[in-house]
Design a protein around this ligand. Structure first.
Ligand code: FES
Length: 119
């Protein structure tokens, strides 16, 4: 079964401001570039629907322009509020500079413990 990756932008478009709002199947997505990676968040904040593509990228976090909730770029998790912003898987084709997003939101991950215990 193949994933339905959708081309949403180019790395060149994203490089200008490191944040870009795109539409994907009628849903607004915030594309974010930080630390050499591209992340995709649902654009409307889970708190009060402010646009996260207008937020601030700082130290691995995306800070909402509304009330400064700080979402982890890798997980979408906001530790102080114990809430998660929906995130999407991203694939970048370096040759063509195309950014692809999987339109199905990732399963939300709420960190339970700092390390995983394997038996
Ligand atoms: S709207 Fe994002 S923190 Fe309030």
């Amino acid at each position: 079964m193949s994933q339905p990756w959708v081309a949403v932008a180019t790395t060149r478009e994203l490089a200008r401001r490191r944040k870009l709002r795109v539409e994907l199947d009628g849903t607004a997505i915030a594309l974010l570039q930080a630390g050499g990676k591209v992340y995709a968040f649902a654009d409307l904040c889970v708190h009060q629907d402010r646009s996260l593509s207008k937020g601030t990228l700082l130290h691995g976090k995306l800070i909402c322009p509304g009330h400064q909730w700080q979402f982890d770029l890798e997980t979408g998790y906001e530790a102080d509020q114990d809430r998660c912003q929906p995130t999407y898987a991203v694939r970048v084709d370096e040759d063509s500079g195309t950014v692809y997003v999987d339109p199905t939101p990732r399963t939300q991950q709420t960190p339970q413990a700092p390390e995983e215990v394997r038996t």
